[in-house]
Design a binder for this molecule. Structure first.
Ligand code: ZN
Length: 583
């Protein structure tokens, strides 16, 4: 377990803050056993084994103790020991078993160092800041459970998170960002807006879409399928399970076994797998018929559901789940078509992102790490030509991209589409993956112009990626305010009194017939109450209907974005919706 993080002044500060927190916890709870305590992207954490669980209130006391120790102005000094001395020191201060295990992980020949401040010394390779007085702008954030060394078979420790910055302003800005992110958290909004639920009776990591969430998701599905058909894709539909042998052929089994569910054994002893990938099914469709060079590129697409085993500690809302549907496709092509097809795919990504209002995204060319032969399919010639064609495709389009060595999949290089989430953290949403390997494994062929058999190249690509992840991401990106075309309810119809209800019903029918998604709220509640409620539900339009509207055949329109738009005819409102939907 090697802990790698950049050595920057901010990381030093955070790492030292983790030590300060460990020292404070030990002063308050001398029986605490320390696990690991690294700096992380926005702060730091430390894992503790404590006799009694900590409560949120305890954080205040720990933070106060940290400030007290920081103010002592302790010098932070490094010293090296032999392995035996280190062991003796760790045992003397009672930091067993975890620190002893960490000592064992240090490779033979590497220096063994401790960092000391006052009477607290921690096994650590550093580096650190020089004095505890430099630690001023920090805050403890939350508690979580974490298995020792990330292994579910080990004891669950208490992980205490904090953040630390160089200045009060930076700390303030970060805490503000965190507050904003909490409001946008898709798990919270998913509940408030009635989009999805996850229930222990069904299982963790298995979200269920409620009518509103399912509507938004279906609209996204319909949109992408239509867009793909325009782009020359043919949609197929294949089963969620297949014989185990299919995954032996693909190499998923046993290579990918940890992420797959155990086989389903049928009466005759035949083993089937819940599929972790859609690829093998599509390869078999390709293989089901003779293919000629004239048929290529052949683009097979599917909204394909896959099943992956994720550790329970790693599940999170819609982002990390155990069953999800991919906007998947496999393009079979001739080598001379690679560049054009990659460009065709990047263009599709651009179209989709524009429609989703994802203005800020960037491309990452994920290449192999040439030094790491084990991680990648061994064929230098294949890698060199595949990497070169991806690069040429992007260069020719004049698109900026970053190169990421060591990020390729085991069977080929890829283009990742990166976005930043609402906390500014980088995420991969879409990929365009080149694959020179699977056509060999599945013995896929096409008849060339020369009348001889040739291997097609395969592109795996998914502009939406997984619908679950994309929806989770979009809920946060939009802060729950879906663009009109994706909004589950586009207009809430609010008759002022009972006598206006039949009129509202007529408007409702008209809107439905025009292809929109209205909802009537005829509850006997005060109008203001109803308006507030539909505002919190982030409904794009409210149509209020009273005597004047009934007489004049109008609706009084309130827009989520523009406020009161006044009275207009239903036809005018429908035109307004049509125009906005295509934007
Ligand atoms: Zn695939």
């Amino acid at each position: 377990m090697k802990l790698d993080y950049p050595d920057s002044p901010l990381y030093r500060l955070r790492h030292s803050c983790a030590h300060l927190m460990a020292q404070a916890v030990l002063e308050l709870h001398p029986e605490a056993k320390l696990g690991i305590g690294p700096p992380i992207e926005d702060g730091f954490y430390y894992d503790f084994d404590l006799p009694a669980p900590l409560r949120e209130e305890d954080l205040t006391a720990i933070e106060a103790k940290m400030r007290e120790i920081a103010a002592r102005g302790l010098d932070i000094t490094r010293f090296e020991t032999t392995r035996e001395e280190a062991k003796a020191l760790i045992e003397r201060v009672g930091q067993v078993p975890y620190k002893l295990e960490l000592l064992d992980v240090i490779p033979e020949g590497d220096p063994i160092s401790f960092y000391q401040q006052g009477d607290f010394a921690d096994l650590c390779r550093g580096p650190h800041i020089e004095n505890t007085r430099e630690l001023q702008h920090f805050k403890l954030l939350n508690l979580a459970g974490a298995y020792w060394r990330g292994d579910e078979r080990n004891k669950m420790l208490t992980r205490l998170y904090g953040t630390a910055w160089h200045s009060a302003e930076e700390l303030e800005a970060y805490l503000h960002r965190l507050e904003e992110a909490k409001k946008r958290d898709h798990r919270r909004l998913g509940k408030e807006l009635g989009l999805f639920v996850i229930m222990p009776e069904v299982g963790s990591g298995l979200p269920m879409w409620l009518p509103k969430g399912a509507t938004a998701r279906r609209l996204l599905e319909e949109y992408i399928v239509a867009e793909e058909i325009k782009a020359g894709y043919q949609h197929v539909h294949t089963p969620d399970i297949a014989r185990l042998n299919l995954y032996r052929t693909s190499g998923h089994y046993p290579y990918y076994k940890e992420s797959m569910y155990p086989p389903l054994v049928f009466e005759d002893g035949e083993e089937f797998m819940l599929r972790p990938m859609n690829c093998p099914h599509h390869f078999m469709i390709y293989k089901s018929d003779a293919r000629s060079y004239r048929d290529l590129p052949l683009r097979l697409a599917e909204l394909g559901t896959v099943y992956r085993y994720e550790k329970s500690g790693e599940l999170s809302g819609l982002i990390r789940v155990r069953c999800f549907t991919i906007n998947d496709a496999h393009v079979f092509l001739r080598p001379d078509q690679i560049k054009a097809e990659i460009q065709h795919n990047v263009e599709l990504v651009q179209t989709v992102y524009k429609r989703l209002n994802l203005e800020e995204f960037w491309l990452r060319l994920s290449l192999r790490d040439p030094a790491n032969k084990e991680k990648y399919f061994d064929d230098d010639e294949m890698w060199n030509s595949a990497e070169a064609s991806l690069q040429a495709a992007l260069d020719e389009m004049g698109l900026p991209y970053e190169r990421a060595e060591g990020e390729a999949a085991f069977y080929g290089p890829k283009i990742d589409v990166q976005v930043a989430d609402c906390l500014g953290r980088e995420q991969t949403v879409s990929t365009v993956q080149l694959d020179f390997l699977m056509a060999q494994r599945f013995d896929l062929e096409y008849t060339g112009e020369d009348g001889k058999p040739h291997r097609p190249v395969i592109i795996h690509r998914a502009p939406i990626g997984s619908f679950e992840r994309m929806m989770g991401f979009l809920i946060e990106h939009y802060a729950g305010v879906f663009p009109l075309w994706l909004a589950p309810v586009q207009a809430a119809l609010l008759p002022i009194a009972d006598r206006h209800a039949p009129y509202a019903q007529g408007i409702y029918e008209q809107l439905r017939e025009a292809g929109f998604r209205p909802e009537i709220d005829a509850r006997q509640e005060r109008l203001n109450y109803k308006i507030r409620q539909h505002e919190t539900q982030k409904v794009p339009y409210m149509l209020i209907m009273g005597d004047k509207d009934v007489e004049g055949g109008t609706v009084s329109v309130r827009s989520r974005e523009q406020g009161d738009l006044g009275a207009m005819s239903v036809e005018a409102f429908i035109d307004h919706l049509k125009q906005e939907s295509t934007q």
